[in-house]
Design a protein around this ligand. Sequence first.
Ligand SMILES: NC(=O)c1ccc[n+]([C@@H]2O[C@H](COP(=O)([O-])OP(=O)(O)OC[C@H]3O[C@@H](n4cnc5c(N)ncnc54)[C@H](OP(=O)(O)O)[C@@H]3O)[C@@H](O)[C@H]2O)c1
Length: 183
Amino acid sequence: MNQIASVYIATSLDGFIAREDGDLDWLTAANKSVPEDEDCGFYAFMKTVDALIMGRKTFEKVLSFGKWPYGDKPVIVLSRNKLEIPENLSRIVSWSSESPQELSNRLAKKGAKRLYIDGGITIQRFLSAGLVKDLTITVIPVILGRGRPLFGDVKHDISLRHIVTKAYDFGFVQSTYEVEDNA
Ligand SMILES: NC(=O)c1ccc[n+]([C@@H]2O[C@H](COP(=O)([O-])OP(=O)(O)OC[C@H]3O[C@@H](n4cnc5c(N)ncnc54)[C@H](OP(=O)(O)O)[C@@H]3O)[C@@H](O)[C@H]2O)c1
Protein backbone atom coordinates (compact mmCIF):
# COMPACT_ATOMS: atom_id res chain seq x y z
CA MET A 1 0.00 0.00 0.00
CA ASN A 2 1.45 3.34 -1.02
CA GLN A 3 0.43 5.15 2.15
CA ILE A 4 2.22 6.39 5.25
CA ALA A 5 0.92 7.26 8.67
CA SER A 6 2.78 9.94 10.61
CA VAL A 7 2.83 11.21 14.15
CA TYR A 8 3.56 14.86 14.91
CA ILE A 9 3.18 15.68 18.56
CA ALA A 10 4.52 17.59 21.55
CA THR A 11 5.40 15.87 24.82
CA SER A 12 6.78 16.81 28.20
CA LEU A 13 10.33 15.61 28.86
CA ASP A 14 8.82 12.67 30.75
CA GLY A 15 6.66 11.65 27.81
CA PHE A 16 3.20 13.03 28.56
CA ILE A 17 0.99 14.69 25.96
CA ALA A 18 -1.58 16.08 28.40
CA ARG A 19 -2.27 16.18 32.11
CA GLU A 20 -4.47 13.41 33.52
CA ASP A 21 -7.56 15.57 32.99
CA GLY A 22 -6.48 16.42 29.43
CA ASP A 23 -5.25 19.90 30.29
CA LEU A 24 -2.64 21.42 27.99
CA ASP A 25 -1.86 24.45 30.16
CA TRP A 26 1.84 23.47 30.28
CA LEU A 27 1.99 23.47 26.47
CA THR A 28 0.14 26.76 26.20
CA ALA A 29 2.56 28.29 28.73
CA ALA A 30 5.60 26.94 26.86
CA ASN A 31 4.26 28.23 23.53
CA LYS A 32 4.43 31.77 24.93
CA SER A 33 8.22 31.59 24.52
CA VAL A 34 7.92 30.69 20.84
CA PRO A 35 8.38 33.56 18.35
CA GLU A 36 5.22 34.38 16.40
CA ASP A 37 6.74 33.40 13.07
CA GLU A 38 7.90 29.96 14.34
CA ASP A 39 5.61 26.93 14.05
CA CYS A 40 8.26 24.20 14.47
CA GLY A 41 7.54 22.81 11.02
CA PHE A 42 3.81 22.27 11.53
CA TYR A 43 2.64 24.13 8.42
CA ALA A 44 5.15 22.31 6.19
CA PHE A 45 4.10 18.98 7.71
CA MET A 46 0.38 19.73 7.29
CA LYS A 47 0.91 20.52 3.61
CA THR A 48 1.97 16.87 3.10
CA VAL A 49 -1.03 15.42 4.97
CA ASP A 50 -4.10 14.14 3.13
CA ALA A 51 -6.23 13.22 6.15
CA LEU A 52 -6.11 13.37 9.94
CA ILE A 53 -7.13 10.57 12.25
CA MET A 54 -7.61 11.46 15.88
CA GLY A 55 -9.11 9.94 18.99
CA ARG A 56 -12.37 11.25 20.40
CA LYS A 57 -10.57 12.83 23.37
CA THR A 58 -8.26 14.84 21.15
CA PHE A 59 -11.22 15.91 19.00
CA GLU A 60 -13.09 17.18 22.04
CA LYS A 61 -10.03 19.14 23.17
CA VAL A 62 -9.59 20.69 19.73
CA LEU A 63 -13.28 21.67 19.69
CA SER A 64 -12.78 23.43 23.02
CA PHE A 65 -10.20 25.75 21.39
CA GLY A 66 -13.06 27.40 19.51
CA LYS A 67 -10.97 27.84 16.35
CA TRP A 68 -10.66 24.85 13.97
CA PRO A 69 -6.92 24.48 13.20
CA TYR A 70 -6.93 22.04 10.26
CA GLY A 71 -8.56 24.02 7.47
CA ASP A 72 -10.59 21.81 5.15
CA LYS A 73 -8.47 18.65 5.50
CA PRO A 74 -10.60 15.58 6.11
CA VAL A 75 -10.58 14.54 9.78
CA ILE A 76 -11.74 11.13 10.96
CA VAL A 77 -12.50 10.84 14.67
CA LEU A 78 -12.26 7.41 16.27
CA SER A 79 -14.74 6.47 18.94
CA ARG A 80 -16.49 3.24 19.90
CA ASN A 81 -19.75 5.18 20.02
CA LYS A 82 -21.35 7.22 17.27
CA LEU A 83 -20.29 10.85 17.55
CA GLU A 84 -22.31 13.98 17.06
CA ILE A 85 -20.30 16.20 14.71
CA PRO A 86 -21.02 19.95 14.97
CA GLU A 87 -22.98 21.14 11.93
CA ASN A 88 -20.26 23.61 10.82
CA LEU A 89 -17.73 20.74 10.60
CA SER A 90 -19.98 18.08 9.11
CA ARG A 91 -18.44 18.31 5.61
CA ILE A 92 -14.87 17.73 6.81
CA VAL A 93 -15.15 15.71 10.03
CA SER A 94 -16.50 12.17 10.16
CA TRP A 95 -16.80 9.50 12.81
CA SER A 96 -15.41 5.97 12.55
CA SER A 97 -15.14 2.92 14.76
CA GLU A 98 -13.05 1.02 12.22
CA SER A 99 -9.81 -0.65 13.25
CA PRO A 100 -6.60 1.19 12.29
CA GLN A 101 -6.04 -1.30 9.46
CA GLU A 102 -9.60 -1.06 8.11
CA LEU A 103 -9.53 2.72 8.22
CA SER A 104 -6.10 2.97 6.57
CA ASN A 105 -7.20 0.61 3.80
CA ARG A 106 -10.39 2.56 3.17
CA LEU A 107 -8.54 5.89 3.04
CA ALA A 108 -5.83 4.42 0.79
CA LYS A 109 -8.54 3.38 -1.69
CA LYS A 110 -9.75 6.99 -1.65
CA GLY A 111 -6.21 8.15 -2.51
CA ALA A 112 -4.97 9.36 0.92
CA LYS A 113 -1.20 8.98 0.81
CA ARG A 114 -0.21 10.50 4.14
CA LEU A 115 -2.24 10.21 7.32
CA TYR A 116 -1.63 12.29 10.44
CA ILE A 117 -2.39 10.23 13.53
CA ASP A 118 -3.15 12.19 16.70
CA GLY A 119 -4.01 11.42 20.33
CA GLY A 120 -2.06 9.16 22.67
CA ILE A 121 -4.31 6.11 22.68
CA THR A 122 -4.90 6.46 18.96
CA ILE A 123 -1.17 6.69 18.22
CA GLN A 124 -0.59 3.62 20.39
CA ARG A 125 -3.26 1.69 18.45
CA PHE A 126 -1.74 2.61 15.08
CA LEU A 127 1.77 1.80 16.33
CA SER A 128 0.63 -1.60 17.59
CA ALA A 129 -0.96 -2.30 14.23
CA GLY A 130 2.40 -1.60 12.56
CA LEU A 131 0.98 1.31 10.58
CA VAL A 132 3.05 4.27 11.80
CA LYS A 133 5.91 5.12 9.43
CA ASP A 134 7.41 8.19 11.08
CA LEU A 135 7.21 10.19 14.28
CA THR A 136 8.14 13.82 14.87
CA ILE A 137 8.20 14.49 18.58
CA THR A 138 8.74 17.94 20.01
CA VAL A 139 9.96 17.70 23.58
CA ILE A 140 8.92 20.61 25.76
CA PRO A 141 11.31 21.41 28.64
CA VAL A 142 8.98 20.50 31.48
CA ILE A 143 8.51 17.45 33.70
CA LEU A 144 4.87 16.79 34.56
CA GLY A 145 5.29 13.68 36.70
CA ARG A 146 1.94 12.30 35.62
CA GLY A 147 -0.46 12.63 32.74
CA ARG A 148 -1.63 10.95 29.54
CA PRO A 149 1.31 9.14 28.00
CA LEU A 150 2.33 9.25 24.37
CA PHE A 151 3.46 5.63 24.44
CA GLY A 152 2.10 2.54 26.14
CA ASP A 153 2.60 -1.18 26.18
CA VAL A 154 3.93 -2.78 22.99
CA LYS A 155 3.88 -6.46 22.02
CA HIS A 156 7.48 -6.31 20.82
CA ASP A 157 10.22 -3.72 20.48
CA ILE A 158 9.64 -1.16 17.78
CA SER A 159 13.01 -0.21 16.31
CA LEU A 160 13.39 3.32 15.05
CA ARG A 161 15.84 5.09 12.78
CA HIS A 162 16.78 8.58 13.90
CA ILE A 163 16.39 11.05 11.04
CA VAL A 164 17.04 14.49 12.50
CA THR A 165 16.99 16.50 15.72
CA LYS A 166 16.57 20.23 15.92
CA ALA A 167 17.13 22.20 19.13
CA TYR A 168 15.31 25.52 19.18
CA ASP A 169 16.69 28.55 21.04
CA PHE A 170 13.53 28.65 23.15
CA GLY A 171 14.21 25.17 24.52
CA PHE A 172 12.05 22.85 22.43
CA VAL A 173 13.87 19.82 21.00
CA GLN A 174 12.28 18.20 17.98
CA SER A 175 13.32 14.76 16.75
CA THR A 176 12.08 12.78 13.79
CA TYR A 177 12.27 9.00 13.63
CA GLU A 178 11.27 6.44 11.05
CA VAL A 179 9.93 3.08 12.11
CA GLU A 180 12.18 0.30 10.83
CA ASP A 181 10.33 -1.85 8.28
CA ASN A 182 10.87 -5.16 10.02
CA ALA A 183 10.34 -3.96 13.61
N1 LIG B 1 0.70 17.37 23.27
C1 LIG B 1 0.15 17.30 22.08
O1 LIG B 1 0.75 17.70 21.05
C2 LIG B 1 -1.18 16.65 21.95
C3 LIG B 1 -1.63 16.19 20.70
C4 LIG B 1 -2.84 15.53 20.61
C5 LIG B 1 -3.61 15.36 21.75
N2 LIG B 1 -3.18 15.85 22.93
C6 LIG B 1 -3.98 15.68 24.14
O2 LIG B 1 -4.06 14.32 24.47
C7 LIG B 1 -5.33 14.05 25.06
C8 LIG B 1 -6.02 12.96 24.25
O3 LIG B 1 -5.22 11.82 24.12
P1 LIG B 1 -5.71 10.43 24.70
O4 LIG B 1 -4.57 9.46 24.64
O5 LIG B 1 -6.34 10.67 26.01
O6 LIG B 1 -6.88 9.98 23.73
P2 LIG B 1 -7.20 9.96 22.14
O7 LIG B 1 -6.30 9.02 21.43
O8 LIG B 1 -7.29 11.34 21.63
O9 LIG B 1 -8.69 9.39 22.18
C9 LIG B 1 -8.97 8.19 22.85
C10 LIG B 1 -10.31 7.68 22.38
O10 LIG B 1 -10.15 6.91 21.20
C11 LIG B 1 -11.29 6.06 21.10
N3 LIG B 1 -10.92 4.66 20.91
C12 LIG B 1 -10.12 3.91 21.70
N4 LIG B 1 -10.15 2.62 21.27
C13 LIG B 1 -11.00 2.58 20.22
C14 LIG B 1 -11.46 1.54 19.37
N5 LIG B 1 -11.08 0.26 19.54
N6 LIG B 1 -12.29 1.86 18.36
C15 LIG B 1 -12.72 3.13 18.19
N7 LIG B 1 -12.34 4.17 18.99
C16 LIG B 1 -11.47 3.88 19.99
C17 LIG B 1 -12.02 6.12 22.43
O11 LIG B 1 -13.15 6.98 22.27
P3 LIG B 1 -14.54 6.57 23.04
O12 LIG B 1 -14.19 6.61 24.49
O13 LIG B 1 -15.50 7.63 22.60
O14 LIG B 1 -14.89 5.19 22.55
C18 LIG B 1 -10.99 6.74 23.33
O15 LIG B 1 -11.55 7.40 24.46
C19 LIG B 1 -6.11 15.34 25.00
O16 LIG B 1 -6.01 16.01 26.24
C20 LIG B 1 -5.40 16.13 23.93
O17 LIG B 1 -5.53 17.52 24.10
C21 LIG B 1 -1.98 16.48 23.06
